[in-house]
Design a binder for this molecule. Structure first.
Ligand SMILES: [Zn+2]
Length: 412
């Protein structure tokens, strides 16, 4: 048998009387403290809305039982509850703050969809009422920023006019004749929601009784999802909370940037430009420093009998950004090899001028076989990172001796 849906004709009904017709054990459900047993209950009539048409189910109490879920099934509306119930009379109580929030979002969606359709010919192909944000998917050309703002303004204008929102029943043909926004395939008597002089839409959900109760619609964003445009929005209490959170964030930014609210974008832009300029200056300074340091190190490094000079150094307390330019600068000198390890991070660079003719790849391979780490590179420039930075000095000693052996033909 079908359950009588009290919410169809009174979406404001919070407390109601019903009769429990059936109660049977269900599969356990995931609760806050793990898996918990559950029962499925059928009643003769209910004000609980089941998940349907993008609107989530209601929660609340059925007698002493906590309602965990409400589903619209072939046999009626199934209430999933946390305890077994006996047949007979019972009082139901809907969690009203949750339901009213859903009514605000859902009615706001009707209005927003109507405005997109009316103003820009963009039909809504799906609706989702999420825990934080609601979305509609629009089919057609991408809505511009101006169109999004214009639609939001038009919808809010209808909210400020506080127009009645009513329920109409009629056949598919009746509703089509009256200009229903969306055609449905179902036959028989259909339920439709009418926003006076704005929208008529077949729907089985719960809605507020006048547009003023939507409170406010805020469009939050638009992005492409498959072939459609997903518009994010919030209504009523959610709009109020989100605007408050936005302002809280703005105040924090005003404090950090030391400016007034309207100056935030300019201040953030200035900060980003300063950061980019500082980064460039810092890189130039590192390159200058690397060039000077490389000249000094190269000048004092011993030259082997075969004319190859090896500059080896464990860098202590140096900035990691200095490592690569320093190795590059040293390896610019003919017949010169750079073996550098950064003690703090275990980063190492082996580089050479092509005329040095060492097989640095073989040196790195032997080093990483003895000390854990990862790395690689080209013939003349290799980088690696040691798993244990404290092995830096030992690694450098090994690399030095392997590079020196090269002259005897072992690693060249
Ligand atoms: Zn609806």
């Amino acid at each position: 048998m079908s359950t009588h849906r009290l919410y169809y004709d009174d979406a404001y009904l919070q407390n109601f009387d019903a009769r429990v017709l059936e109660c049977s054990p269900a599969l356990p459900v995931q609760g806050a403290s793990g898996r918990q047993p559950a029962w499925e209950v059928l009643v003769d009539q209910t004000a609980f809305y089941p998940s349907s048409g993008g609107q989530p189910n209601d929660l609340g109490l059925l007698g002493e039982a906590v309602v965990l879920d409400v589903r619209d099934e072939a046999g009626g509306i199934v209430h999933l509850v946390d305890r077994e119930m006996q047949p007979g009379g019972v009082k139901g109580c809907v969690n009203w703050p949750r339901r009213f929030d859903h009514m605000q979002q859902h009615t706001g969606q009707h209005l927003l969809s109507a405005m997109f359709q009316e103003r820009f010919g963009l039909p809504t192909v799906s609706f989702h009422l999420g825990g934080e944000i609601c979305t509609i998917d629009l089919h057609g050309a991408e809505p511009s920023r101006d169109q999004l703002v214009g639609t939001q303004r038009a919808a809010n204008k209808v909210i400020f006019e506080d127009r009645p929102v009513g329920v109409r029943y009629g056949t598919r043909e009746d509703l089509e004749r009256l200009g229903a926004r969306k055609q449905v395939e179902r036959e028989g008597l259909l339920r439709a929601i009418e926003i006076e002089s704005a929208d008529l839409q077949p729907c089985g959900g719960t809605h507020v009784k006048s547009t003023g109760q939507i409170g406010m619609i805020l469009v939050r964003g638009c992005s492409k999802v498959r072939q459609d445009w997903r518009v994010e929005f919030v209504c009523g209490g959610r709009a109020e909370r989100l605007a408050t959170e936005d302002f809280k964030r703005e105040r924090a930014l005003m404090g950090l940037l030391g400016c007034a609210l309207e100056e935030l974008p300019v201040a953030a832009e200035r900060l980003a430009a300063e950061r980019d300029a500082n980064f460039k200056s810092l890189r130039a300074a590192f390159e200058q420093l690397a060039s000077l340091w490389a000249a000094q190190l190269t000048a004092t490094a011993p030259v082997a009998a075969n004319g190859v000079r090896v500059v080896s150094l464990v860098l202590r307390g140096a900035h990691p950004e200095l490592l690569l330019p320093l190795a590059t600068e040293i390896a610019k000198n003919e017949r010169t090899v750079a073996l550098l390890v950064l003690e703090g991070t275990g980063q190492l660079v082996f580089a050479q001028h092509p005329t040095a003719g060492k097989d640095l790849g073989a040196v790195l391979k032997s080093v990483l076989a003895a000390y854990p780490g990862k790395g690689g590179g080209s013939k003349d420039f290799l980088r690696a990172k040691l798993a244990e930075p404290r092995t830096s000095a030992a690694v450098l000693e090994l690399a030095k001796s392997l590079t020196a052996e090269g002259k005897r033909g072992l690693a060249v």
